[in-house]
Design a protein around this ligand. Sequence first.
Ligand code: S3P
Length: 174
Amino acid sequence: SPTATTAERVVLTGYMGAGKSTVGRALARELGWEFCDLDHLIETTHAATIAELFTQHGEPGFRQLETRALAAALGRHNAVIALGGGALESLTNRLLLEQKPNTLTVFLDAPFEILFDRCVLQPDAAIRPVLKDPDTAAARFKARRPQYQRAAHIIVDTEPLTPAETVARLIEEL
Ligand code: S3P
């Protein structure tokens, strides 16, 4: 797997609520690298929120926009890239990531109950269309977890770490 000396980008994956954006932003600051949030990139590219894009294009349409954004993001150097929680559902996306050289992929893991609570308690809970139904959200977590694991060079059990502690752990491991 790529090491700190060869890695040109770090990709953070994991379910909604895992801390990909929070940890990613802080890690980028520590490394002196750029931070790129895939959801944010999609929103600015299309001048619409994720929720609006789901409504306008349906989930399959959103996933196509996500694939284009991922391809663009993977072109960046010295960047920490936070994926959306569903980005690795697509085989195309998994291959894009897997075949990208010098790219270190990190899976931020935590138990489903904790992730779900974190997301539902957030003020912006309504902006995550995928979370509307807890049973579906749990089923998705179960289906996605092996994909996150397979994609990752590094797995961090973030529970009960704070985002700052997770960043410190990653700095040690990179
Ligand atoms: C999704 C996760 C979201 C966002 C979209 C769909 C998912 O990203 O891409 O709402 O399918 O899990 P976060 O994991 O950053 O919330």
